[in-house]
Design a protein around this ligand. Sequence first.
Ligand code: AMP
Ligand code: MG
Length: 345
Amino acid sequence: MNTRIFKISPTTPKEKDITDAADILKSGGLVAFPTETVYGLGGDATDPDAAKKIYSAKGRPSDNPLIIHIATPEDAERYAYTTEIYYKLAKAFMPGPLTVILKKRNTVPETVTGGLDTVAVRCPAHPIAHELIARAGVAIAAPSANLSGSPSPTCGEHVISDMNGRIDAIIDGGECDIGLESTIVKPDGNSLILLRPGAITADALSCVCEKVVISEAVTEALKENERPLSPGMKYKHYAPSVPLTLLDGEDAKVLEFLKNSQKTEKCAILCYAEELSALLPERLIDIGKKDDLNTQASRLFAALRNTEALECDIIYAHLPKTQGIGLALYNRLIRAAAHTVKHIN
Ligand code: AMP
Ligand code: MG
């Protein structure tokens, strides 16, 4: 398949390119597009065949449901049964990096929801995503635009490398601001279950809903045969081809460990900016300053992709603290590391 590439500036998008991309979606085709979290691989959310094409382009199991993307929070009415808490969340966080699980209407085919009677709804803030969805005139089902097994794409080049030749079009709109996938919540009575942490933190959610329960699958490994509330959690997430070990301990001791490891092993290191000068430059990836969790979040997936090109036997990264957006970093890293943590004393 010949994939059309639209290079679009988020600040001055060309009308014609967005209209062309929206027309592809309307006629049942697939278009990858930037959002503020990661790039999405979009298809018409009301078209069962579009969903099948998405699963096949990604090589993703079809019982892993897709998030549907809407242009305004009110558009959820067409696809789901909304609730009071949905509109409270929408008022506080939409458009933005929050996905809410709601009871689905029949307008959404079961191929999109992996057979579930609920649907995940998100209203992205990115100007290109917003325009594209609004012009398509329908909700857009979109998982992350990577091949199943790769990290989510955070810039146009990642999408082109995974999806060129597999889908109808790719909108390259530069780098994503946040770089980690949306926060997913499921309202349950008067509490909110946090299924996937993201840039909308548990603390921020608790300003809208007093009781926020963090699903065990966010930090813990699933037990055998356990069925998570969010089906995606049961899949092994991106794991680098070389094993990743997370280091837990006092900063000075971890740095000492890293220095020694560079002498004895062929290791790649995702290090803090402050550590660069103390370490040998080979196979070193700067993940951002220690306290700058937003930068670390925006660089993580590109850093993991970059390790694939490095010749090494092991990858080390710091075990993130779980405060704020740190919980989202922790969740992505602990899964990439298959829960391998080394405690440094
Ligand atoms: P991705 O599309 O790669 O961002 O992944 C979407 C995530 O949303 C997966 O982990 C899914 O399991 C989760 N998800 C989508 N729809 C639902 C739903 N109806 N209920 C629970 N989780 C969902
Ligand atoms: Mg994904």
